[in-house]
Design a protein around this ligand. Structure first.
Ligand code: GLP
Length: 241
């Protein structure tokens, strides 16, 4: 595990974007695992700026997103499909048919999860997986549980996650209760994992996840065992370690 300490959110965003840019330059046809949430917005902004400046080309890049809400129309502005288009896909040249997210509107959870795992396998796995972290230690939507899940699966979101994500909706009632998410096994199989964390409110979970025991009760803790894991975190997020 490598920890890169940054001054603040902007510095974290630039450094994380630089790591992703290096991946794309080294391997133009790489598979990028992408994440949603408030944290990656600045990282995506930098990638878009460097693309506009002619420094980055995504023409051969393929993407797989970590997760998607279940039963939220794809066009809803808070679906992860919409989030990704608004923050990245609409502004760079990743071919539309190379963009992959779970289909949250497939009612057959088992079929959808198996299909998504098959897509990831057919791409040869993930070269670089970007991650944020939830306050309860979730990655993607892998919530605290008694065991690590391997492949894509359907999850019931915890009350803490619903509470945290209600800021994006008109009310808590509108937050979907379930999601499809890549499993911890798939995340661990990524050749490189890049986690970004910012803010004092994440300091407690950063300490627990990366300076405490590895346990499925804190899903991100398993990343301590990943051979190529980089944590880019700002001073506030690292203030307790
Ligand atoms: C959501 C996403 C996660 C993300 C987490 C933290 O639940 N499924 O992928 O890491 O929120 O979000 P934020 O970066 O807004 O704190």
């Amino acid at each position: 595990m490598r920890i890169i300490r940054t001054k603040n959110y902007e510095d974290m965003s630039r450094k994380a974007a630089a790591i992703i840019a290096a991946q794309v330059i080294h391997k133009p046809d790489c598979v990028l695992g992408l994440a949603t949430g408030g944290t990656p917005v600045g990282t995506y902004k930098n990638l878009v700026a460097w693309y506009n400046a002619g420094d980055l080309d995504f023409a051969e890049v393929k993407t797989v997103n970590l997760d998607e809400y279940r039963n939220l129309p794809r066009e809803h502005q808070e679906s992860y499909w919409s989030f990704m288009h608004r923050n990245l896909f609409d502004h760079v040249n990743i071919p539309a048919d190379k963009i992959n997210l779970p289909n949250g509107n497939n009612q057959d959870a088992e079929a959808e999860c198996a299909a998504y795992d098959a897509v990831i396998a057919s791409l040869g796995g993930v070269d670089l997986q970007l991650l944020g972290i939830g306050h309860d230690g979730h990655i993607g939507f892998n919530e605290p549980s008694d065991a690590f899940d391997l492949g894509t699966h359907c999850v019931d979101l915890t009350d803490e996650t619903i509470e945290a994500n209600k800021r994006f909706f008109n009310s808590k009632d509108e937050v979907p209760r379930q999601a499809y998410t890549m499993g911890t096994g798939t995340i661990m199989n990524a050749r490189k994992v890049l986690m970004i964390v910012s803010g004092k409110d994440k300091a407690e979970i950063v300490k627990k996840a990366f300076f405490g025991p590895v346990t499925p009760q804190v899903p991100a803790s398993i990343l301590q065992m990943h051979p190529n894991f980089v944590l880019v975190a700002d001073e506030d997020a690292l203030s307790l370690v």
